[in-house]
Structures are given as structure tokens and as C-alpha cells.
Design a protein around this ligand. Structure first.
Ligand SMILES: [Zn+2]
Length: 82
């Protein structure tokens, strides 16, 4: 492996795990029917419990993780994906 910038062979290979979170959205049908009616009421009467529930509800987020291999040049510090 050679550095793409300076040509040095002192290149460190690292595996980096990248995790991204995506928030799931409720369907349009839900909002057209009962979503707009129920959500504000819940927020009024159950603000605190709902807030806690929203924070800790795990299935609202889908985690995607992928492993990237990154090379780091020991000479000039250039890093790039392999
Ligand atoms: Zn370099």
C-alpha cells in the first residue's frame, strides 16, 4: 500500500465502523385520520411520561452500521478510503 499523496509506504490500515441513525416517520394516512387528534391530546395529558417514552422508545430509530477500511499515511497524515 502506498500513500496517494506522498507515495510513502508507511501506511496504516484501519477498520472503522460507521453507525448512522434514521428516524422513522409515521405514515401520511395516520396523520390524516387520527394522528393529528391523538398526538396533541397525549402531549397535553401525558407530556412528561410521553417525553420519557419518546426518548427511550427504541424502534423509532433504525441503526445502520457499515465498516469502512481507511488507510492513514504515517508520513504526511493523509487518510483515504480503501
Ligand atoms: Zn503520505
Amino acid at each position: 500500500m502506498q500513500c496517494i499523496r506522498c507515495g510513502s509506504t508507511q501506511v496504516n490500515i484501519q477498520a472503522v465502523t460507521e453507525t448512522t441513525f434514521k428516524r422513522k416517520k409515521k405514515s401520511l394516512l395516520y396523520w390524516l385520520t387520527i394522528g393529528w387528534l391523538i398526538e396533541p391530546m397525549l402531549w397535553i395529558f401525558l407530556t412528561l411520561p410521553k417525553l420519557i417514552y419518546e426518548l427511550f422508545k427504541p424502534h423509532r430509530f433504525t441503526a445502520k452500521s457499515k465498516t469502512n477500511t481507511i488507510a492513514i499515511c504515517q508520513n504526511c497524515g493523509k487518510s483515504w478510503r480503501v
